[in-house]
Design a protein around this ligand. Structure first.
Ligand code: NFE
Ligand code: MG
Length: 573
């Protein structure tokens, strides 16, 4: 008899995700279903509005990737209307995007994912002096590593545990046999969890400087919403730019001094996780961080392309405007399409919710029927994984030396071959390695900005096409982006100066996708298959693989279902 393990909601993610894993007699996952249990409807809200306002609505899809939908939206409008943004605007957008990567990935590693590998309660058994020795070995450049420091952290944890009020740490699987770190490594990781929490609110000030606020900084169709005036103090000036530089330096320090070393140290204790969690083996990146405009992918820092069946010797092209390439299917989703249509390109896309699932609370979903508010996007009919691993693999396979160097260096240190990348740990490692790249690129983009300003160019927006009267009466555009969680696309159809249709296909829509019409699984579903579970009542293995994608269901489904939301329940049947 098979056992079905239901995790609903999956916590330490954004949004509402339910996972059902079906185990065989040996407690190995034989099949899995991923269900988005909320629906938003931003795409419907946008219809009939001014395209220049779309970014402000879209950006509020999510409080985690707090800037990415605004960027994809202004790019879509600019693509439709034919606007080229000034160089300063390109660079400032790049700095904001790279800042988002660094903050988002550090938060994911320490605050969302680490507790899948780190046992907080075990840290109470750690010897502070031995922890100091370990920390000085693992992260020698990090300033806080004395025995007294770790002793203080241990006392803090002890007070916390003794009080019986574990708060956000309450429902974890402490003491589970799948946790492998020695107590000292656990204590070190908890200390760095707290350091990263303090730091992340600093780095994001880069968004407040260029975008006025965070979360949800301001954007502008045609450029960026900030002005530069080196002679004044009412706009971005040298004092503000020096501050940005300091924040970038701080980011490099924590990424290279703490995040990457901690990642490598933790990874070395979990070699078996390079053999689980691979999944589909198809990877897609739209590419990003343009150096010569968004329409020239050959000059992106993250290249564009597709890898099929783990074949790193070939990178296939992807075209967001081709109606036969990217399509969303709804065979297993709670939506209806008109006229019996089964798959639609986003320019023709329809967002018409049609809940036909069971009345909540329910024990299990029926994977043969409809089971998710997430649609099933496909590239030429193939299911795709998107995200840091896809970006690094596409960069690696494209022969990009900067990307190859960080990957080869990390694999060498862990004594692994590239095949190890197709796994849960590979995905988690890829995120850390691209954060190292992003922190380095941040400084390079900053230097590019300063050089352009020194050359006398302070323009940050082109308003030639600001007035909708200058636009074609009927036009379509797409806005590609690499959001932290992967390939993000916004598609817009503008008619008579208003939004006729707007569709958003989000990274977590690709990864959390249910099955398509051909029965092909989405990336989460496929990745869970084949993983043995030590104790099905405490499904930490499911969390490891699902968290390795860094899910955001708020984005993926873009008003929560009004009834029956069960909170904090792990059901084992
Ligand atoms: Ni809400 Fe997002 C990112 C987008 S979803 S977090 O990154 O777009 O995958
Ligand atoms: Mg959508």
């Amino acid at each position: 008899m098979s056992t079905r393990v239901v995790v609903d909601p999956v916590t330490r993610i954004e949004g509402h995700l339910r996972v059902e894993a079906i185990l065989d007699d040996h407690n190995v996952i034989g099949d899995a279903i991923s269900s988005g249990t909320m629906w938003r409807g931003i795409e419907v809200i946008l219809q009939g509005r001014d395209p220049r306002d779309a970014w402000a609505f879209c950006e509020r899809i999510c409080g985690v990737c707090t800037t990415v939908h605004a960027l994809a939206s202004v790019r879509a409008v600019e693509n439709a209307v034919g606007i080229t943004i000034p160089k300063n605007a390109e660079i400032i957008r790049n700095i904001m995007a790279l800042t988002q990567y660094v903050q988002d990935h550090v938060i994911h590693f320490y605050h969302l994912h680490a507790l899948d590998w780190v046992d907080i309660v075990s840290a109470l058994k750690a010897d502070p002096a031995a922890t100091a020795g370990l920390a000085q070995k693992v992260s020698p450049s990090w300033p806080t590593s004395s025995p007294g420091y770790f002793s203080d952290i241990k006392n803090t944890i002890k007070k916390f545990v003794d009080s019986g009020q574990l708060g956000i740490f309450q429902n974890a699987y402490w003491g589970h046999p799948a946790y492998k770190l020695p107590p000292e490594a656990n204590l070190m990781a908890v200390a760095h969890y707290l350091e990263a929490l303090k730091w992340q609110k600093e780095v994001i000030k880069i968004h407040t400087i260029f975008g006025g606020k965070n979360p949800h900084p301001h954007y502008l169709v045609g450029g960026v919403a900030c002005a530069i005036n080196m002679q004044g103090d009412n706009a971005i000036n040298m004092e503000r730019l020096e501050y940005v530089r300091d924040l970038i330096k701080g980011a490099q320090q924590i990424v290279e001094g703490l995040y990457v070393p901690d990642l490598m140290a933790i990874a070395s204790f979990y070699p078996e996780w390079t053999t689980y969690g691979g999944g589909i083996g198809n990877y897609m990146a739209y590419g990003d961080i343009p150096q010569n405009g968004i329409n020239d992918p050959s000059h992106f820092r993250f290249p564009r392309g597709i890898i099929l069946n783990k074949n790193l010797s070939e990178v296939l092209p992807v075209d967001l405007a081709d109606a036969n390439q990217i399509q969303e299917q709804v065979d297993h989703s709670w939506y209806k399409y008109p006229n019996g249509k089964k798959a639609l390109h986003p320019w023709e896309g329809v967002t018409d919710p049609d809940y036909t699932g069971p009345q909540p609370p329910y024990a299990q979903l029926d994977e043969k029927a409809t089971y998710s508010f997430v649609k099933a996007p496909r590239w030429k009919g193939h299911a795709m994984e998107v995200g840091p691993l896809a970006r690094l693999l596409v960069g690696f396979a494209s022969g990009r030396t900067d990307i190859k160097d960080v990957v080869v260096d990390a694999l060498g240190k862990l004594k692994l071959t590239p095949a190890a990348l197709f796994s849960t740990l590979g995905r988690t490692a890829a995120r850390g390695l691209e954060t190292k790249l992003a922190a380095g690129w941040l400084l390079e983009e900053y230097d590019r900005l300063i050089a352009n300003l020194k050359a006398g160019d302070t323009v940050t927006a082109d308003t030639k096409f600001w007035d909708p009267k200058t636009w074609p009466a009927d036009c379509k555009g797409f806005g590609p982006e690499e959001a932290p969680r992967g390939a993000l696309g916004h598609w817009i159809h503008i008619k008579d100066e208003k939004i006729a249709n707007y569709q958003i296909v989000v990274p977590s829509t690709w990864n959390a996708s249910p099955k398509d019409g051909q029965g092909q699984r989405g990336a989460y579903e496929a990745a869970l298959i084949g993983t043995p579970m030590a104790d099905p009542k405490r499904p930490v293995e499911i969390l490891r693989t699902i968290h390795s994608f860094d899910p955001c269901l708020a984005c993926a489904t873009h008003v929560t279902s009004p009834d029956g939301e069960t909170l904090a329940e792990v059901v084992v049947r």
